[in-house]
Write a protein that binds this ligand. Sequence first.
Ligand SMILES: *Cc1c(COP(=O)(O)O)cnc(C)c1O
Length: 370
Amino acid sequence: MTSVPVADPRAGFLQVRPELVDAFAAVLDSGDYILGEQVAAFEREWASYCGTTHSVGVSSGTDALALALRAVGVGPGDEVLVPAMTAIATWMAVCQIGATPVGVDVEEQRYGMDPRLAQAAVGPRTRALIAVHLFGQPADVDALARVAATAGIPLIEDAAQAHGARVAGRMTGSLGSLAAFSFYPTKNLGAMGDAGALTTSDPELAQRLRRLREYGWRTRDDAELKGVNARLDELQAALLRVMLPRLRAATERRRVIASTYLDGLAGTPELELPPRVSDTEPAWHLFVLHHPRRKALAAALARAGIGTAVHYTPAPPFNTAFRADGWRDGVFPVAERHAATALSLPMYPALSDRDVARVVEEVHAACDVG
Ligand SMILES: *Cc1c(COP(=O)(O)O)cnc(C)c1O
């Protein structure tokens, strides 16, 4: 019996191995290794995919978020609203620029930041709101955009898990002032190392981001801003350009796998499945279910050769680095319940129908014995 890992970026790469090797060789021979033609071409293709006029390639998703905050003028001492349940990178990006992340609990049904709680969390030092499309499920951006507009602050999308997700037909990455993407290898569009990008339709923000990512250079004779080095490599851009034309089909495959799980596992005792939210098309970065005894479920699946993972425990505010800021148990009940019961099933485009069926069967077997 072969084992089924929870994620398998290598399988996706191996399907196009010859093209990746050619892309690698072309960069090798070009003599141009950072911020060259491959990056420029990828930026055009990524903006077009997301339905924005600009994309700016950078070194990682975390750096993309930090640059987004800097580009809209957030700095030391400012506060940024972030969901209490997300990858810890969302919180760390705020800290990277000396600002303070302020946690807001998430919606039970949608995983995204709860708009009513966001409204209540706005204070005199709040300078931005980061909406995370967690697990590829779009957050309620329309309601969150209204909160941001009322507060006079920009809405930044953390779309690191949501490449190709849609809300009422609109692409994530085009829903706020600007958006941050990660191309970490396991993400829906992955590179073979660290990489990220921003998308925006504001030409001034795009220009500021281009300067900020490379020492603040306006030209090589003048650094206009206090920038950083967060450049994207030619090699990663060239590899991403091989994978991007396959992203639509890969997302479709994730959607088929998700429906098979949702149909196959419906009605399983004590198992809570991801919500179906009307008018949204998730990108299914992860398939996360909830079970009151997730440890036993994970152990039973592991014995059957099926990999699982937990996204995320503890919730970001309850990591050692943030506990010191005074976040107390009980203030984020939804995030805490999620952290205590979530379990991710295998989810990646190369997963075969047979493996998906086996996962369903083994989850049933594990839940039926309790
Ligand atoms: C992966 C991820 C990031 C960070 O991206 P890196 O490329 O790893 O820096 C940020 N936010 C979310 C929600 C992520 O999943």
